[in-house]
Design a protein around this ligand. Structure first.
Ligand code: FAD
Length: 397
């Protein structure tokens, strides 16, 4: 039976980084993944360019039942540390928007970097490997793999969440947590498009592909200012993905479709100068034409000239466009979600080492635990930071 100082399950963002750092500290590491390739989500991320971190990382950008948990790890391994590593590997990057850093070339560079760091740490990587059983005794953990038995005093679970089962997501981490008596908080899809009830969806069909700047507000008061995209299934775009993590079934969201315009003053000014101009053409100066046409067909925009628009209708119109209340039918679920909310309860873990408080040698890192970031590089930074905290603990004498 082969013995390792630590066995890491899941060769995704957190697992690769943790294995590399602990390996480079002299630990003998086995890294296991059920897939054919390491870092499959990294390859898909950021439209193939991997939004690997964000310039404005802060604990407030993370959702968790235990809001303080992420602070220590994020402070000890920061976005600047990861940027230095990316620089050392000669990976060119750029800021796209809102502090989001992307590779100039391809997400493959991040995976290659992590694999090179693993090689430097002499990490043994086993792909296409299933963990059939995990048992624990006083010496540590024994894992039955397909065709092999391995053992270790330190088991690191980096198997991620449930989003995108097509990329290898499994509930493995939650099952291990439960097997060893840790609480797992209910999970749900996050950073995910909204679906709409049929009548509204049918009414908005012609808008598929239209994108508008927006300010979107959840019932708990959370607000994001980003683009909204109409799709053939409902609503998407960064604004919707962000707010989806704060939305609960049955709730409404409020959407300002004209966030950069004081519509009331704009209409008054236009009316003073061009009283005969149609309301439709006037609004098309602020909104995509297809959206204006659709809202007119739905009876939300009266077919009148500006001088014919009475103050009651103007007020209703301003209300519709600046605080459009939508009740999503649901979300597209794990199939398209970028992350999984909930997971292993962080109250069960040390925020310094990521080790289970009551199960020595059992660690959880990355998305498997109840820490979920905003869209924009926050989730990868959590993977790097939690992995680093764990690797530091594994490297300690
Ligand atoms: P993962 O990266 O999901 O890795 C888990 C690994 O465990 C996988 O390789 C999986 O194959 C393996 N595994 C699972 N079950 C088992 C098992 N039973 N046995 C063995 N191995 C197993 N975040 C950002 O910050 N920026 C982005 O640009 C971004 N883009 C994204 C795009 C998409 C399409 C998706 C789905 C997510 C994106 N995210 C992004 C989120 C980010 O990818 C995740 O938060 C991050 O990968 C989590 O890292 P992790 O190591 O915890 O899990």
């Amino acid at each position: 039976m082969e013995k390792y100082d630590a066995i890491v399950i899941g060769a995704g963002a957190a697992g690769l980084f943790c294995a590399a750092m602990a390996g480079q500290a002299g630990r003998r590491i086995l890294l296991i993944d059920n897939g054919k390739k390491a870092g499959r989500k990294i390859l898909m991320s950021g439209g193939g360019r991997c939004n690997f971190t964000n310039l404005y990382i802060e604990p407030a950008a993370y959702l968790s039942q235990n809001r303080h948990f992420c602070k220590s790890a994020l402070a000890r391994y920061t976005q600047w540390d990861f940027i230095v590593m990316v620089g050392k590997h000669g990976i060119a990057w750029h800021e796209k928007t809102l502090g989001q850093l992307f590779c100039d070339d391809s997400a493959q560079q991040i995976v290659d970097m992590l694999l090179a760091e693993c090689e430097k740490g002499q990490v043994t990587l086993r792909l296409r490997s299933e963990v059939l059983e995990v048992t624990r005794d006083e010496t540590g953990y024994t894992l039955q793999l397909n065709g092999d038995t391995v053992s270790t005093p330190n088991l690191v679970i980096a198997s991620g969440g449930l989003s995108m089962p097509g990329l290898g997501a499994t509930p493995f981490g939650y099952k291990i947590a439960e097997q060893f008596g840790l609480k797992v908080l209910p999970t749900r899809a996050g950073l995910v498009p909204f679906t709409l009830h049929k009548p509204l969806l049918e009414q908005l069909q012609t808008l598929s592909g239209v994108s508008v700047p927006s300010v979107i507000t959840a019932e708990d008061g959370t607000v994001f200012r980003e683009n909204l995209l109409f799709t053939h299934r409902g609503l998407s775009g960064p604004a919707v993905l962000q707010i989806s993590s704060y939305w609960q079934p049955g709730e409404f969201v409020s959407i300002n479709l004209v966030p950069d315009c004081d519509l009331e003053s704009f209409l008054d000014a236009q009316r003073a100068e061009h009283p005969n101009q149609s309301l439709k053409n006037t609004l098309a100066m602020q909104l995509p034409k297809r959206l204006v046409e659709c809202l007119q067909l739905l009876g939300q925009i009266p077919d009148v000239s500006l001088k014919q628009l009475n103050s009651r209708d103007q007020q209703a119109l301003v209300e519709t466009l600046s605080a459009w209340r939508v009740q999503p039918n649901g979300t597209e679920g794990y199939r398209t979600a970028e992350v999984t909310l909930g997971g292993v309860d962080t109250h069960e873990l040390s925020s310094r080492t990521m080790e289970a408080r009551n199960v020595p040698g059992l660690f959880f890192i990355g998305e498997v635990m109840d820490v979920t970031g905003w869209l924009g590089g926050y989730n990868f930074q959590w993977a790097w930071a939690s992995a680093w905290a764990c690797a530091e603990a594994l490297a300690a004498p």
